[in-house]
Design a protein around this ligand. Sequence first.
Ligand SMILES: [Zn+2]
Ligand SMILES: [Zn+2]
Length: 172
Amino acid sequence: MQINLSKLFEQDGSHEELSVELDATSVRFGAEEYDICDKSPVELVIKHTKNRHIDVSGTVSLKLRMKCARCLEAVDETFDLQLESSFDVNGQSEELEETPYVSGYSLDVDLLVMDELFVNMPISVLCSEDCKGLCPKCGINLNHGSCDCDTTVLDPRMAKILDIYNAHNKEV
Ligand SMILES: [Zn+2]
Ligand SMILES: [Zn+2]
């Protein structure tokens, strides 16, 4: 959703309260694409302090369908974002580079929200703290069942010691 700021410039100190819908239905983050399965409207207060200086504050809540890093099951992660931004719309390109969501006199609300979302994006999510993950051999989800795979990875030196130990036990 693009918001045209030019009306605010008619007067110093003018402000506008808006409730806008996000256009985005998914979020691309690195190689992953997450569906937005729930979202609140973006509540925004946009203030023209003076000389085309704009202060934006707002809130939005998003729910993304992500994946558990261990078992790969869907995990819905909720993000309650606080939006804060200040910028000048004086056509000074240096400052505009820091705010990719401002172009000319228009504010791209989707990009503003994505900017904040990426800052809050966790490196990985888990379905639960003690998710058992997948069996590395047969791939079964160990939260839902178990398998008979031998997944003990032995250090070869350790295996030798065990052989000796077992042989010794047999003798006794
Ligand atoms: Zn999991
Ligand atoms: Zn297995």
